[in-house]
Ligand binder design. Sequence first.
Ligand SMILES: NC(=O)c1ccc[n+]([C@@H]2O[C@H](COP(=O)([O-])OP(=O)(O)OC[C@H]3O[C@@H](n4cnc5c(N)ncnc54)[C@H](OP(=O)(O)O)[C@@H]3O)[C@@H](O)[C@H]2O)c1
Length: 264
Amino acid sequence: MSLTYLITGASSGIGECFAQELAKLGHDLVLVARRLDRLEKLAQDLQNQFKIKCYCFSCDLSKRDETLALVEKIKSQNINIDGLINNAGFSVAREFHNTELSAQMGFVETCVTAPTILCHAFLPQMQKRKFGRIINVSSMVAFSNGAAGHSLYPAAKSYILKMSRSLAAENCDLGINITALCPGATQSEFQTHNGMNEKIGKDNVLKPMATFDVVKSALDGNSKAKEVVICGIANKFAVAMMKFVPEFILNPIIRHEAKKMVIK
Ligand SMILES: NC(=O)c1ccc[n+]([C@@H]2O[C@H](COP(=O)([O-])OP(=O)(O)OC[C@H]3O[C@@H](n4cnc5c(N)ncnc54)[C@H](OP(=O)(O)O)[C@@H]3O)[C@@H](O)[C@H]2O)c1
């Protein structure tokens, strides 16, 4: 069955890989990001290779009016969204007080508000059709207690994890599979944009995963209606530690490791 998937953040990394894998399966795509040139190039390649249909929308999801306008454009063109991948995101590597409020609020709009708006916009169509697929990209840090630097990132990803689980509970009997994807470090442009490339190379104990492995486990888990997908054995082990090791042991370790990842 050919479906139509909306993917945010499809211009690079995990989102681009979702586009490639869903195109291979014969699904039509609605590609969203700010860099339209990249989306159009990707769309061209995928349409030529897999004979699917692609729509490209440039949208800055850190601006709520643009996110709301995106929903209107998609609805006015009568594009039915069967699958939604809320993937666009980034992190602010500085400490909270060393960052402009506008940067922090742009982060919250992109990583919290936009996925909420898109779920709210497209769930009713899925409920009516009694079929839908949603993957909300969270992170394994959703399970951490927070630490210095990337200050709002664990909170935002925790919100995505819990929103996703609540929506899964509300929609599990309606043919709608909803999954929170919790990757660890993954090879993408994420670390280039937040300035972490060098630090990760030097200090990180976990080797970044390939986007293909992350996306494969997400699509596999979502097809089986798994509510949470944690990618890779090492990340599963790290999440188990965050869940079960007492805070007085865990917090100093997390805070020590997180300190290395802050840009002053
Ligand atoms: N890589 C990791 O280590 C890792 C680990 C855990 C979770 N994640 C999560 O995985 C998701 C994808 O990240 P990635 O690793 O694939 O990083 P990436 O290669 O930097 O991709 C991020 C995508 O988000 C889009 N984006 C960022 N800000 C946007 C905005 N304001 N409006 C619209 N689109 C925006 C970017 O497109 P434009 O720049 O063209 O707008 C790009 O397509 C994120 O939610 C991230 O938090 C990543």
